[in-house]
Every structure is written in C-alpha cells, then in structure tokens.
Design a protein around this ligand. Structure first.
Ligand SMILES: [Zn+2]
Length: 74
C-alpha cells in the first residue's frame, strides 16, 4: 500500500464556509496562494468569480445531490 500525496484532500465536516460557517463543499486554491472554503450556497453565488482567481477548484457540491431519499436506489 503506497501513500501518494493527494493533489486534493477531500473536504470533511470540519471544513467550514469562510462566509457563513456552513459545511464547505468547495475548496478554491488561489493563484495568489492560500485557499478559500465555501458552502454550496456561496459556491454558487461566487462561482464565476472564483474560477477567475482560482488555480484549482475542488468541487464536492455534487455530494449534496445525494439526498437521504436516494438511499432506495442502493
Ligand atoms: Zn456559505
């Protein structure tokens, strides 16, 4: 089992939106350095702007599409 350095660490429940403190689903690595975290709401709100200043965007907002109601599909 090799331990590779992951280019993007998955977001977890402790990652919080820099704007409102909700759970973060989007991490933006800035071209200027540093990173920002956003919840799905603010990811949508600032999405276009963020992609202009981002070196890389790690987007996990698709996780929100998996609602508890979808469990029946498993
Ligand atoms: Zn937010």
């Amino acid at each position: 089992m090799t331990t590779a350095v992951a280019p993007s660490t998955p977001l977890t429940a402790v990652d919080r939106c820099d704007r409102c403190g909700a759970q973060a689903y989007l991490r933006v690595e800035l071209t200027a350095g540093g990173e920002l975290l956003f919840c799905a709401h603010h990811a949508r709100e600032h999405g276009d702007k963020l992609r202009e200043i981002a070196a890389h965007v790690h987007d996990e907002t698709h996780k929100l599409a998996a609602t508890p109601a979808a469990d029946s599909e498993l």
